[in-house]
Design a protein around this ligand. Structure first.
Ligand code: ADP
Ligand code: SF4
Length: 689
């Protein structure tokens, strides 16, 4: 069953007094559920354990009211009341033979304590870093440090009593107190906790020792620490204090979980970092400690995992995103089904939803976060009792996911695609600079469909309304996508931009189809705010054009802040010489120039250019829907249901199209109460009721 080359991944690993059943380690990761949506969080973690992750951790678990990271929805362990849902999570993980870990965190000067209203604390008097709040953290004095150690110790004991197997002392990502003491730039103390490296590490050391002393050999004590911040000498570097710190504490924890910080560096997208991207920074750790080591790096390939172990980089394969995209990744390797792995595409939509304080969503895994509230399992579908014929028109992410899911459920499926290529927008966009991994959205689904005898795929088949009526399928899903509009209308401009002379605006679709403005400078007008304008700017610059990116936003690609990419996108555009004009909109496109207006309403700039590309909004390709009269009176053709899914219904993220393709099948033939809420809701307990 399993490929013998992958055996090493299934060796048990001793971590102090406990033993992990294999090397698959779901590292702590936020998910936007946490304390606000605990049932969803528990079911999500349990699914990972069921899928074979040998260690399953909580997200950041704040252990005192002085660490209140509102508006983010991580977990809390402030008092006994929090033990209920955290304990349930540990139980759920244990049901599948995995170890449950808890990450004790205190955000210190990284948070404003908006809910608790406690004054934030940290190594020094400093404005808090979160969300630019006008709030300062105060420097902890020695009595605060005594209190802090007691709170941490108490939390470790609570974790033990709840049944957790592993407790983590967390100093990673620049966002917790022991890390803030460690970093020179945050710590200007002159007492025993400031100055020398030994002093700056004192609190971290004490916390590890306190925790060990408190829990004895009932739990493993692990640490999570960043060894480099990618800031050069302005921050921590792995080859100086990063390394020295690990050497000084080398044998103290039972496991070293090492990363690069901050979170944006740790969770880099595939646009900016390949699989295994942390290895250059963390590979030294195993040479300076005899304790097991864990690293992350968006590993989705079992061969890359094995290689990292064989090369002595790591003992455990740490993963957040790969475990979100495929909770069953370990089981699939174990069962020799590696081509069934649903590989993370490294897009960070999961991170974005968390950063927006909403339950995380995954582009590749539409069931993520739906395990409890919709009882969606990532691998299983209830088989249909009477398999009817489903016709899906369009093989973009929505159509492919609908076809895959309908095939899994046992429907007879026909998938018709107008072009010769499957994948729709994903295939087109994956050819743009840095986005090739997005092709995995297509590849996973085409790979699965190819194995299904009940799914027939027709390429080069542009269906008209008459074809659909003729085909006689009982259920028809229109997944025909959307088209970028070429009139400039979007978030800022509510009516078409005036065009005099020239060819007007090109669209991203035009560019992806190979069209180009005449030779000369190009202006990209971005009123979309996510990735598209910036990748087109990269493309234009790479083709040797003088490139402008004009946006009404205050920074380029503002929404990519949520995917942790904004700063790297801006850096890349700057490196490529792209000229960025923020807080500007375009007001007219004329022959040889574009006129822009600034955020204060002044017409202040004319930019000479050979062409303008507008990245503003999209329009659904719903001609078929209109031709079929929205499904009214189709019974004569034997069609019981007609629906639009994906961008054809409402243009959106790829993640939304995949989700809709999945949802379509889950609800097919099921009575759906359109007036109600289509999922279970988390309820608060009202005191006294
Ligand atoms: P989504 O993101 O919703 O999946 P895409 O734009 O990625 O949408 O994909 C839509 C797909 O539908 C494209 O591959 C397109 O070629 C195909 N398509 C559009 N109209 C038709 C049609 N009439 N018949 C068959 N396929 C179609
Ligand atoms: Fe990976 Fe994107 Fe899913 Fe996150 S949302 S796990 S980055 S595929």
């Amino acid at each position: 069953m399993r490929d013998a080359r992958h055996d090493v991944l299934f060796e048990p690993v001793a971590i102090g007094p406990v033993t992990a059943p294999n090397r698959f380690y779901q590292v702590p990761h936020c998910n936007g559920m946490g304390r606000m949506f605990p049932n969803a969080m528990i079911a999500m973690r349990e699914t990972k354990a069921e899928g074979g992750w040998g260690i399953v951790f909580t997200e950041q678990c704040d252990f005192h009211a002085t660490s209140d990271i509102q508006p983010y929805t991580e977990t809390n362990l402030w008092d006994d009341g929090d033990e209920i849902y955290l304990g349930r999570m540990a139980e759920a993980v244990h049901r599948h033979g995995s170890l449950a870990g808890i990450e004790l965190a205190h955000a210190g000067q990284d948070t404003g304590n908006l809910y608790s209203r406690e004054v934030p604390i940290g190594p020094a008097h400093r404005p808090v870093s979160a969300l630019n709040h006008p709030i300062q953290a105060r420097a902890m004095d020695l009595s605060d440090i005594i209190d802090y150690r007691r709170w941490h110790r108490r939390a470790a004991l609570r974790a033990r009593d709840m049944g957790f197997d592993i407790v983590m002392v967390y100093a990673g990502h620049n966002n917790t107190v022991p890390g803030q003491f460690f970093y020179k730039r945050h710590n200007d103390r002159s007492d025993a906790y400031g100055g020398s490296l030994e002093n700056r590490l004192r609190l971290f050391r004490e916390l590890i020792e306190d925790t060990r002393e408190a829990v004895g050999d009932t739990m493993a004590v692990v640490v999570r620490m960043a060894v480099d911040e990618l800031m050069g000498p302005d921050g921590l570097e792995w080859h100086n204090e990063g390394r020295e710190a690990i050497e000084m504490l080398a044998e103290l924890p039972d496991l070293w979980d090492v990363t690069i910080g901050n979170w944006a560096n740790d969770s880099q997208t595939s646009r900016f970092a390949p699989e295994g991207f942390q290895e250059d920074y963390v590979a030294f750790v195993k040479k300076v400690t005899s304790k097991p080591v864990a690293v992350v790096g968006r590993y989705t390939s079992p061969d890359a995992m094995v290689s990292a172990i064989r090369r002595g980089v790591t003992d455990l394969i740490g993963a957040a995103r790969p475990s979100i995209a495929d909770p069953f990744l370990p089981r699939k390797i174990e069962e020799g089904r590696t081509d069934d792995i649903r590989e993370c595409i490294g897009c960070n939509i999961c991170a974005a939803w968390n950063n927006l304080s909403a339950p995380s969503r995954c582009t590749q895994n539409p069931t993520f976060g739906e395990e409890w509230r919709k009882s969606w399992h990532p691998e299983r579908m209830a088989p249909v009792s009477a398999p009817s014929h489903v016709l899906i028109v369009g093989a973009g992410p929505a159509g492919l996911e609908a076809a895959r899911t309908a095939g899994l459920a046992g429907f007879r499926v026909t998938l018709a695609e107008a072009s010769n290529d499957l994948g729709g927008r994903v295939t087109r966009e994956a050819r743009l600079p840095g986005l090739s991994a997005w092709g995995r959205v297509r590849d996973y689904r085409t790979g699965q469909i190819a194995k299904m005898t009940n799914v027939e795929v027709f390429r080069g088949s542009r269906l008209g309304a008459a074809d659909i009526l003729e085909l006689g399928a009982e259920h028809v899903a229109l997944a025909t996508g959307a088209t970028w509009r070429g009139d400039g209308v979007g978030r800022t401009l509510r009516s078409a931009v005036p065009v005099t002379g020239g060819s007007g605006l090109l669209t991203p679709d035009d560019i992806m189809e190979g069209h180009r403005p005449p030779d000369g400078p190009v202006v990209i007008f971005d009123d979309d705010g996510y990735y598209m304008a910036s990748v087109l700017a990269e493309l234009m610059a790479a083709e040797g054009r003088e490139t402008w990116l004009v946006t009404p936003a205050v920074v380029v690609a503002p929404w990519s802040e949520y995917t942790l990419e904004q700063h790297v996108i801006e850096q890349r555009l700057a490196d490529l010489g792209v000229r960025m004009l923020v807080r500007h909109t375009i007001v007219s496109v004329d022959e040889g120039e574009v006129v822009t207006r600034d955020g204060l309403g002044r017409c202040d700039r004319r930019i000479a250019c050979a062409g303008v590309i507008g990245v503003t909004a999209r329009i659904p390709d719903d001609d078929l829907w209109l031709a079929l009269n929205g499904g009214v009176e189709l019974e004569g053709a034997g069609i019981r249901s007609l629906q639009r899914i994906g961008d054809c219904y409402g243009p959106g993220l790829i993640a939304a199209a995949v989700y809709q393709g999945h949802k379509y099948v889950r609800e097919l033939g099921e009575p759906v109460d359109g007036d109600g809420v289509p999922f279970l809701r988390e309820r608060h307990v009202i005191e006294g009721s």
